[in-house]
Design a protein around this ligand. Structure first.
Ligand code: SIN
Ligand code: CO
Length: 373
């Protein structure tokens, strides 16, 4: 793989080997001439929406406060020390989606979203740590980052947000537009706006094992098959009627031990799980959907692309899209793998798809998962 300016002129392999999960990396001029993708007013408008996750963090007289969106009212921009954070900007802004996809040297199953923060002078969310890796791209104005590898991650109790009790910065940098800072999980940091500023966070997904386990057992509930019913032809008279007979438990244990899963079950579960859109994501079907015939004609000319909200993954013959899974033929797999990787299909590529694939694409188009190119 080639060297990326985005990573400070090292290759993704070098970055993953030396920095990922290991140590911070400051990249000056990661994106030369970078300009903010959306204005303050567009961001503020997004924060008023129900389906957009947003927060307002204020600091006044040394008191931290946090309010969850929708944010109908913001402090004046002339007031110091407040921050508005908007999650999932990539879901409603095409340019933000394109920026997030610059990070596809990492698998889609790990990429989460693009969060945008706007802060007035002195604003920030306080010294804290995150459980995930993050790339902090300075989009507008300046922000001073103080960071620390400290082991003491104790938090101030009783606050509406995570603030480290004892933050001891070890390094600090002032980031300007186009500069980027990578931080591994659990690395203490505090970013303070110097004048009005905007910072974009490229965030990652790493579900907890507990969360995965619970979801997996729910998935298995739909797929286990244990025929028959408990029976005890050899039953003995009960001496202590309230006591569960040992034989009964033995037989139940034996039956439950028949619940098995293999790699295929795990693949289908995990693909469906990781491609499930977040609860606040709603697809917008086309206002005037074309008929199948017109759709096929138009798609043959213009091609197709996935909606920015669509999550599409695959493994082997299994294709996953927005929480649904399909086992596909070898020929269809070629077409669908291209769609998943490129997030678009040309008319020529589309022509390779079977009737099944075309039918699925039409359904996805009708649901707003896929759009005409
Ligand atoms: C911010 O953009 O203000 C906060 C980002 C972070 O520290 O994770
Ligand atoms: Co953070």
């Amino acid at each position: 793989m080639k060297k990326l300016q985005l990573l400070g002129n090292i290759t993704p392999a070098q970055f993953l080997r030396d920095y990922w999960h290991k140590k911070p990396l400051l990249i000056r001029n990661a994106i030369p001439g970078f300009k903010p993708l959306l204005t303050f007013s567009k961001l503020a408008e997004a924060a008023t929406k129900n389906h957009v996750e947003s927060r307002l963090v204020t600091l006044s007289d040394g008191q931290w406060d946090m309010q969850h969106g929708p944010l109908t009212e913001l402090p004046p921009r002339t007031q110091r020390e407040w921050t508005m954070l908007v999650q999932g900007v990539n879901l409603f802004d095409e340019k933000a989606d394109a920026l997030l996809r610059e990070f596809r040297f990492l698998p889609d199953a790990r990429l989460d979203d693009l969060m945008v923060s706007y802060a007035t002078d002195g604003g920030g969310v306080g010294p804290h740590f995150d459980s995930y890796d993050v790339f902090l791209l300075q989009a507008h104005g300046k922000r001073r980052w103080k960071i620390s590898a400290q082991q003491d991650l104790s938090l101030v109790e009783g606050l509406p947000l995570k603030i480290l009790s004892n933050f001891t910065p070890e390094q600090e940098f002032v980031l300007e537009p186009g500069d980027m800072l990578y931080l591994p999980p659990h690395y203490a940091h505090d970013g303070i706006a110097e004048g009005e500023c905007m910072t974009y966070s490229i965030g990652f997904r790493s579900p907890s094992f507990q969360e995965i386990g619970e979801a997996f057992l729910q998935f298995m509930a739909d797929s286990i098959d244990l025929p028959g019913r408990y029976a005890d032809p050899e039953l003995q008279p009960a001496k202590n009627p309230a006591e569960i007979p040992r034989e009964m438990l033995t037989s139940i244990t034996e039956e439950l031990n028949k619940v098995r899963w293999d790699e295929e079950d795990v693949t289908v579960f995990f693909g469906e799980y990781m491609s499930e859109p977040k609860h606040n994501v709603f697809f917008t079907p086309p206002a005037k959907p074309l008929t199948v015939g017109r759709f096929m004609e138009t798609a043959a000319k213009r091609g197709l692309k996935l909606s920015a909200k669509t999550l599409m993954l695959y493994r082997g013959k299994h294709v996953f899209i927005n929480g649904e899974s399909f086992a596909v033929s070898r020929a269809d797999k070629i077409v669908l793998d291209v769609l998943a990787n490129e997030r678009r299909l040309t008319g020529e590529q589309l022509a390779q798809g079977s009737d099944d694939v075309l039918e699925a694409l039409y359904t996805w188009y009708s649901d707003g998962w896929v759009e005409l190119g």
